[in-house]
Design a protein around this ligand. Sequence first.
Ligand SMILES: Cc1cc2nc3c(=O)[nH]c(=O)nc-3n(C[C@H](O)[C@H](O)[C@H](O)COP(=O)(O)OP(=O)(O)OC[C@H]3O[C@@H](n4cnc5c(N)ncnc54)[C@H](O)[C@@H]3O)c2cc1C
Length: 438
Amino acid sequence: MVIGAGFAGLAAVRRLAPAPLEVTLVDRHNFHTFQPLLYQVATAGLAPGDVAYPVRTIFRRRPHVRFVHALATGVDLAAQRVELEGAGPLPYDYLVVATGATAANFGVPGVAEGSFRLYTLEDARRLRNHVLSVLEKADAAGGRDGGAPVFVIVGGGPTGVETAGALVELLDTAVRHDRLQFDRLRARVILFDALDELLMGFPARARRYAQRVLEERGVEVRLGTRVAEVHPAGVRLSTGEEIAADTVVWVAGVSVEGTLAASLAGDPRGGGQKRAPGGRVEVRPDLSLEGHPEVFVAGDAAAVPAPGGRGWSPQVAQVAIQSGDHAARQILRHLRGEPAQAFTYKDKGMMATVGRRAAVAWLRGGLVLRGTPGWLAWLGLHLVYLIGFRNRAVVLVNWAWRYFRWPSGPRLIFGEPGPAPAPANEVERPRPGGGRRA
Ligand SMILES: Cc1cc2nc3c(=O)[nH]c(=O)nc-3n(C[C@H](O)[C@H](O)[C@H](O)COP(=O)(O)OP(=O)(O)OC[C@H]3O[C@@H](n4cnc5c(N)ncnc54)[C@H](O)[C@@H]3O)c2cc1C
């Protein structure tokens, strides 16, 4: 059984599907979400359906793969079964837990109630509605109250950089093409990070390039600045400075706390698994749980060992894909009576867009591409990993169109605006709870 239809879970099921096994995939959503493009949904560059794909369609030609659309609330490791909300427990012979992470608040007051996360498709849809509503409100006021939209983004990693870059473009589009009337020069996008540089983890050249391009395009980049509180009127910095804002987007990091994987570690029935920073579950070199060679944790949920055994691999799509695949391979090896193998992450590089025709791509071998070449590399890679021919075609056409012309994009206000009510991956604390199954 595999819990989670993210990058890790899908990679595991794809590896297991051709084998003569009953494979059950459980997910609380009936679709896979391509998280790297959520910021495009949030800034009205793509529609929600362009970055999500139905799980049943992915495995439609795999009769041995059963999809169960349910929230997994706990794992009884001793009884080898997964507890589901609203349905009876499901037994397993082998289990891959690939439930990802969730947005981390870092204990900052007001974040949960007053800011927008960007972790799920629902988060992205809510943020898009809110952003477009703020722009329409500014237009309706006709600048009379002196109002021009102010967007605060907290977190200078790839998601923060990408969102900030896309928001300034959206402001330009709103004024130039949609003829919204507000003072564009007074509209602000402010990007905060507590560290002294953006895109930590990227080479220095890429970090400097991202900051320069964002600033040239009008983003106010404030580094070495900690946000101490989010409140209805904006944010308070640790220096005491108040920043008034219509919108606060909190993309400062992720955590595994409160998710199903964390309950594995915290539950005494789980054998008291060790936890790495961010609540990630420590696993053995083959990605199995200590004391449970039949249970694997993969992707963002796991503290996946970094190459050379120094620390842990980053929580990115490639680690998730490779670790999910590796966990499934270990199950197949175990069934064949072969010894387990240690996981080795093959780093294929990192990429982030800064805006239209501007991206940084740090490729294997140390090559750094910037500007249009970086943007084309970023585009190509995302098209390769995006699931579904229709989604790829739609996204390619959309981007090609936007490359030459500005005004495209699904700028629809549809559904409820406002911050999402609860982190989407969180589960309640677990309750006690035939042929080969994986
Ligand atoms: C906004 C954003 C942008 C990103 N951009 C990039 C990028 O550009 N490049 C990059 O490499 N990485 C990027 N990442 C990171 C990358 O998306 C993650 O590392 C990757 O998605 C992790 O895959 P996963 O399978 O471990 O978890 P996820 O993709 O999060 O999948 C977890 C799945 O488990 C399901 N689930 C969770 N709990 C339960 C439960 N209790 N019961 C049932 N189902 C459950 C969820 O519904 C979900 O489908 C980004 C992440 C975010 C949030």
